[in-house]
Design a protein around this ligand. Sequence first.
Ligand code: B16
Ligand code: MG
Length: 218
Amino acid sequence: QIKGFVFDLDGVITDTSLYHTKAWRQLAEKLGVTWTKTLEDGLKGISRMDSLEMILKAGNIQDKYTQDEKVALATEKNTNYVNEIKKMTPANILPGIKAFLDDLRANGYLIALASASKNGPTVLTQLKLTDYFPKVVDPASLSKGKPDPEIYIRGAELLGLAPEACVGVEDAAAGIEAINAANEVSVGVGDATTLADADVRFDDTAQMTLANIKAAMG
Ligand code: B16
Ligand code: MG
């Protein structure tokens, strides 16, 4: 029996990917790395340093920088990103998400956040959703990022639940992989091909209601 929901942030609660993309693209082009859609999609759900490595590899310049220089590059991107998210308001919550969270809360489900983003709490504050997420996994405490199941296992732990009693909600392939490996029920929101491994999938957040999830789970 499902007792809790563990949520990804970017692409599920709100669309910070636009801002991540803008900031990474700016850095990539400055470093002479050609920006492609494949690169852009590959960065979703991946940690900050892993994202930087992916960009440097795409330009075959991964050996050009020392570790300190890489940290400085990632910090530069983050400064630009934080400037963007400070402009976010509750209007940036994706369609249906507020109602979905209210429905979960009214029905006694426990809720946690499992975002790879160290800026997750800042984004929740901007969206005025902090109260809905009493439990937030600290991504800095993890040894491995998505697709490793660690972040989703930790989410269930924070709720005091077995993974089998949790639903994980994701928009990225790496995230669905993480949820499945954690033995939680995976709910994907987005493209059918990308999210082929999700137990339940919706085209967009507006369709992701508690009733629809229950119906799909049978
Ligand atoms: P930060 P999620 C992820 O958030 C993003 O999808 C990914 O693009 C980003 O690099 C990662 O957070 C780290 O974010 O640099 O803010 O710590 O999808 O796991 O909510
Ligand atoms: Mg995401």
